[in-house]
Design a binder for this molecule. Structure first.
Ligand code: 1CP
Length: 361
């Protein structure tokens, strides 16, 4: 049942060697009271409470105001009883602290008005400490951790992986073909190295400070590597920097989830870069992916977020299939394979969370 919300725990519960929260136990591959569940983008437009706040404040105002970010983080946890919270923020605001002019344009998504076009732009990028540009998120983490620690609900901090962030910084926003960022990568290898190293420096510092502020786990989002790069490019142009990042995060003292999308053709290379838990998308069956990664490594995923738009009969079929593929092994964290959609019916989320928590108890 909902043991994660019922047990009273001391504030530093997540720092213990043997945690009691189901989510943290699964992150360590330990047997848990039930299969823990949280959903990427669990705070967002499918919730009326979120839309009400966003009607009054811009995306960046909500991210940089600790009280607003904390409230948005807590909304889905209160409503659905998830086994973990994820701090409300985005992967892109740290780029603003490096000197990129970021905005979230309604209906269009993220935009960077001064994308990197020359090697000089790369050399001009600043590498400030997280307190300089991300103090709002660090403050929000403190507020949420204080609220959730007595309920033994872990809070996840996060950041973008270097390639995924470089794609926005060079393309100036979302991309389908990643032509500009790949052209830079192929034609200016020395500048590429400087860019990726700066991104690793800033993200590692930011993630370590999120753990210090009270995040009980960290997730690194490498959303676009799989869409942009084949195995050989991943090995040459991305893996060295991801390895550096995950090595630096060992000092955090909390579990680190390494999430990527579209990487099933080279998931073993992705896994080799590090991360205690591998977050995977829905394109390959969970049992196949888990076997590639190794069953001794915890796994997070991998329901198709679009399945949450289906009637319960179909959703239940996909959920039962996924649980069967997880085979009741310790170290499975139930999640979607990418952020849930704004059109997701609340009832499906409610039903999914209680079904997972009750069926696997
Ligand atoms: O209100 C709105 O319309 C803003 C929509 C929105 C939201 C709710 C954006 C803009 N970001 C977020 C929050 C967000 N983004 C979280 C919050 C915590 C949670 O509840 O999960 C997280 C973890 C992210 C991470 C993120 N942002 C990723 C990685 C995960 C993924 O979905 O692959 C990426 C790629 C982004 C960039 C981004 N920010 C926002 C949008 C619409 C996008 C994607 C744009 C694109 O497709 O390129």
């Amino acid at each position: 049942m909902h043991s994660a919300v019922e047990k009273e725990q001391p504030a530093a519960a997540h720092a213990q060697a043997e945690p009691t929260a189901a989510f943290l136990r699964a992150c360590k591959g330990l047997p848990a009271s039930h299969t823990p569940i949280w959903l990427m983008r669990q705070a967002g437009r499918y919730m009326a409470e979120y839309r009400a706040i966003r009607a009054q404040y811009s995306m960046l105002e909500t991210v940089h105001t600790p009280e607003l970010a904390a409230e948005i983080t807590l909304q889905p946890v209160r409503t659905f009883g998830f086994d973990a919270a994820i701090i409300f923020s985005d992967i892109l605001p740290p780029l603003a602290s490096m000197g990129l002019e970021l905005d979230f344009v309604r209906g269009e998504g993220p935009v960077i008005y001064n994308p990197l076009t020359t090697t000089r732009d790369i050399d001009m990028l600043a590498t400030p400490p997280a307190e300089a540009g991300m103090s709002g998120t660090l403050g929000a983490i403190k507020l949420v951790a204080a609220e959730l620690a007595p309920k033994n609900i872990p809070l996840i901090g996060f950041a973008g992986a270097p390639f995924t962030l470089a794609s926005y910084a060079v393309e100036g926003g979302s991309s389908k073909q990643f032509a500009k960022v790949k052209a830079l990568m192929y034609s200016e290898p020395a500048a590429w190295k400087r860019l990726m190293t700066k991104l690793v420096t800033v993200q590692a510092d930011y993630l370590l400070k999120q753990a210090q502020a009270g995040a009980a786990a960290l997730q690194v989002f490498d959303s676009w590597v799989g869409q942009a790069l084949g195995k050989l490019d991943y090995q040459r142009f991305v893996a060295p920097y991801n390895r550096m990042l995950f090595a630096m995060l060992k000092r955090a003292g909390v579990p680190v989830i390494h999430f990527s999308m579209g990487t099933s053709s080279y998931i073993e290379d992705v896994a080799a870069c590090g991360g205690d838990v591998m977050g995977v998308d829905w394109r390959m069956p969970l049992d196949w992916t888990w076997a590639q990664i190794g069953y001794d490594r915890p796994i997070q995923g991998n329901l198709d977020p679009v399945a949450l738009l289906a009637p319960w009969r179909e959703l239940k079929h996909q959920v039962d299939d996924l649980l069967a593929r997880a085979g009741g092994r310790p170290g499975h964290i139930f999640n979607v394979g990418q952020g849930i959609l704004p059109t997701t019916p609340l009832d499906n989320v409610r039903r999914l969370v209680s079904y997972i928590q009750e069926r696997t108890a």
